[in-house]
Design a protein around this ligand. Structure first.
Ligand code: GDP
Ligand code: MG
Length: 161
């Protein structure tokens, strides 16, 4: 079947916003509250003649408070079915302990991972430089909300498919 790309990350980093943009639908619900349960979970994306299925793992797992406390479960489930993981972090808050835990899981699982540093609405290098410390390669600064640098993110994804 089609390759699967999973969006992983803490609540409120912008997974659903990016999911909506990449899948080109406006039906999913984005909310200021983390862990909104009504989000659509699966969508089709085509880029550079490559097709993949995108999964918003926040919608899958983070709505459940029990799962929210257990990022390992979230990441583990996503990893089990994903060919590529897009690990989203928030430039405005910097890498948090929870981000580092997710990064450790991704490293352990040897997942093909891209770190997408979201909410870089106005490009400044310091917004994403510190995310190198997650140990997952060169982070891609994006703004899911404003559609900035999404081309580069998609290029990086299809390179790994
Ligand atoms: P999720 O919990 O990871 O699915 O995050 P959401 O997509 O629901 O977004 C959480 C909040 O961050 C919402 O208020 C979004 O509008 C906001 N947000 C998402 N992407 C961006 C971005 O690129 N820039 C800014 N400034 N806000 C964003
Ligand atoms: Mg969401």
């Amino acid at each position: 079947g089609k390759p699967i790309v999973a969006l992983v990350g803490r609540p409120n980093v912008g997974k659903s916003t990016l999911f909506n943009r990449l899948t080109g639908r406006r039906t999913a619900i984005v909310d200021d509250q983390p862990g909104v349960t009504r989000d659509r979970l699966y969508g089709d994306v085509e880029w550079d003649n490559r097709k993949f299925t995108l999964i918003d793992t926040g919608g899958l797992f983070l709505e459940d408070p029990e799962f929210r406390r257990d990022v390992e479960k979230q990441v583990g489930k996503a990893l089990a079915e994903a060919d590529v993981v897009v690990f989203m972090v928030d430039a405005r808050v910097g890498p948090l302990v929870e981000d580092e835990r997710i990064a450790q899981e991704l490293l352990k699982a040897k997942s093909r991972t891209i770190v997408a540093v979201n909410k870089v609405d106005n490009f400044r290098e310091q917004d994403f430089y510190e995310f190198y410390r997650l140990g997952l390669g060169e982070p891609v600064p994006i703004s899911g909300l404003h559609g900035l640098n999404i081309d580069e993110l998609l290029d990086r994804i299809v390179e790994l498919l």
